[in-house]
Ligand binder design. Structure first.
Ligand SMILES: Cc1cc2nc3c(=O)[nH]c(=O)nc-3n(C[C@H](O)[C@H](O)[C@H](O)COP(=O)(O)OP(=O)(O)OC[C@H]3O[C@@H](n4cnc5c(N)ncnc54)[C@H](O)[C@@H]3O)c2cc1C
Length: 403
């Protein structure tokens, strides 16, 4: 394909980041892509530690940690390009590394040097250490994503003071990496009523008394990334592990979401790109009606639309990434728009590839069934299209309370 994306060539990457991108592209081609089909049928809760260890060796668990602290020190732009690359081969693998980054992001953006010195080095050892960001619950999904939903949350996980500590009680659900993570940022309500208005972020060790791994989820997509419940029963967390201040959880949550939507959009772009690459390869070989499929005008239109969706999604997430790198706090508008467009592109391109490839794509073992299932993941987490619409409209009208 003459438009093949070469992430290391992006002009805004410095030479160190371009080297990292080249290494990631080779790692993805040689070690992630070959095992993607096998991981799609992995037992729920299991993890391909061998590939994760290889990813750790090239730095994927320390991407955003500053170089002076031993990390790769990548910009948001470079992290987003890395995750697109991984997602084009296996979006579940992008999530395993991305969810660990999601634990590190609030620690990095909070500027809390004590927690940075305490927790970031844990990701720099010889063995891979995974983490997660635990927000969602059975009764509270979008009610913990959109501030305007906050008063309506029900029975949110609570944190109550006990001397100089907090005791956390409640259950988190649908948490990527929960079955295999060692650390979590946990959103709990300290004394805020109604709903989730008292949300506060706790940096929490998961291998301690009072923390259990609950149900392991049997997801239809992203099977490479294990997910499950975390059950907290009087789990003790020191007051110093509060991130962003007591009652500061919503501000932090919004800040995390604005950064994370950039990479969610890049993961969705990777999924859309995979469908495009499959469709181009197929349409360049397959002949019907005496000519290659791409030579039929209606198929050409489909391919052009697919390519345009990938390019538009990429352009939008890169624009959002540049803003996230240069403007503090990260703006809400660009990441929300990027994610809205890329989430749709992942679904529409999977649909178009199914149509172009036909019966072959409908066979188990072809791989397009995995892409179809994966394509519906991005629009669920970190802001559904409806939630993003409220964020975008709020920005358009300069108000924070569009409901
Ligand atoms: C692959 C995957 C990975 C995930 N990883 C994590 C993770 O690592 N950590 C974590 O905390 N969570 C994670 N989640 C969970 C995710 O955060 C929640 O699924 C998400 O917040 C939505 O919650 P819900 O699924 O309960 O849907 P609900 O919130 O119940 O929403 C259902 C529908 O109602 C709509 N809706 C809700 N409120 C409004 C409103 N105000 N206006 C209009 N429409 C509205 C939504 O748009 C949606 O269409 C993950 C989910 C998936 C699928």
């Amino acid at each position: 394909m003459s438009t093949t994306h070469s992430p290391a060539d992006h002009p805004l990457l410095d030479s160190h980041e371009a080297d990292v991108l080249r290494t990631v592209a080779a790692f993805t081609r040689d070690q992630v892509a070959p095992g993607a089909a096998e991981r799609d049928s992995i037992e729920k809760g299991q993890l391909d530690w061998e590939t994760v260890r290889a990813g750790h060796d090239v730095g994927l668990l320390r991407m955003a940690i500053p170089r002076e602290l031993g990390g790769l020190g990548l910009s948001n732009l470079a992290v987003a390009l890395v995750l697109e690359e991984l997602a084009a081969a296996d979006p579940g693998m992008a999530l395993v590394f991305g969810a660990t980054g999601l634990f590190q992001t609030p620690i990095l953006i909070s500027g809390d040097s004590r927690l940075q010195e305490l927790y970031l080095p844990k990701f720099l050892g010889d063995e891979p250490v995974l983490a997660c960001n635990a927000v969602a619950e059975e009764l509270n999904g979008t009610d913990l994503v959109l501030p305007q939903n906050a008063p309506y949350a029900q029975k949110m996980t609570r944190a109550t003071r006990s001397g100089s500590d907090f005791l956390i009680n409640g259950t988190k659900r649908y948490i990527t990496n929960a079955p295999v993570a060692t650390y979590a940022t946990v959103m709990a309500n300290i004394d805020g009523e109604p709903g989730s208005t008292g949300m506060t972020c706790f940096v929490t060790d998961l291998e301690q008394d009072g923390v259990e791994r609950g149900e392991i989820h049997d997801k239809v997509g992203y099977r490479t990334a294990p997910a499950g419940e975390l059950i907290f029963t009087d789990a003790r967390v020191p007051q110093e592990n509060v991130l962003g201040g007591e009652l500061g959880g919503w501000d932090l949550n919004v800040a995390i979401g604005n950064v994370t939507r950039v990479t969610c959009a890049s993961v969705a772009t990777g999924i859309a790109r995979h469908s495009l690459e499959r469709a181009v390869a197929w349409s360049g070989e397959r002949e019907q009606g005496g000519r290659k499929l791409y030579e039929h005008q209606m198929s050409a239109r489909k391919l052009a639309d697919m390519a345009a969706r990938v390019s538009a999604s990429r352009a939008l997430y890169l624009d959002a990434a540049v803003k996230a790198d240069r403007i503090l706090p990260t703006p809400a508008y660009e990441p929300a728009v990027a994610k809205l467009v890329a989430d749709r592109a992942a679904i529409d391109n999977a649909d178009a590839a199914m149509s172009l490839i036909g019966a072959q794509a409908f066979q188990r073992g072809d791989g397009m069934d995995r892409v179809l299932r994966d394509a519906y993941g991005p629009r669920i987490y970190e802001g559904s299209p409806e939630a993003l619409a409220l964020v975008i409209t709020g920005e358009l009208f300069g108000v924070s309370e569009v409901r």
